[in-house]
Design a protein around this ligand. Sequence first.
Ligand code: MN3
Length: 256
Amino acid sequence: MTVTPESIDRRSAIAALGLGAVASVAAAQMGQRGMNAADTRRASLLAAGWNADAGEYALPTLRYGYDALEPHIDAETMKLHHSKHHAGYVRGLNRAIDALAKIRAGDNSVGSIKHWSRELAFHGSGHVNHVLFWMCMAPRERGGGGEPTGPLQEKIASDFGSYEHFVDHFKAAASSVEASGWAWLAYEPVADRLIVTQAEKHQNLFMNGMHPLLGIDVWEHAYYLKYQNRRGEYVDNFMKVVDWANVQRFFDRARA
Ligand code: MN3
């Protein structure tokens, strides 16, 4: 695909969807490894789920193996979750973007705009959420687990009373999402406030304008193979692989 105004639309959509934070964090990490600027930009966009050469959304490569989060998140779940479920959202997002572009070009019925807008919101949010989700976890030997430090630790203590209160709130939100959805720690910049919230499916209930910092996927596909109906046990184990260094980076960027 050549670079067209449509490609630029898609590029700018990355920032609007919140993937800019992921690209920025990935770029900082890659820059430290001595890549040149152009390669860093291409690779960091790919880490954020965007293939700049193809001009379309793409499934990012994980920073760790499917078995790296064992025993907390099992390899079979990780493999299916990333290579099947997330890949499906990427396909659905690109399909929706193409359909909406065709409508603008007059090749598609405007009567289907509502359908494709819903598809865009569902698959687009599914893609963004999963990109962030993978970035929010790390194997224990690479920093997963533990507690936040520095400014994020201070902000959590200030806004929730303590880290323990935050964890209680976050786990309660994750455990009580109705059906399929997410729990998020997010930052609301106008009030300069951290908020724990839920999302149903991928896109419903989340407050526009907030910056997602830490998200847990509580769709059954995220835990059912290992934990069956024991969602709370899955949430407890997720907390043991949280990559607080990356969550801190998202927080830094949201406040910048
Ligand atoms: Mn999922």
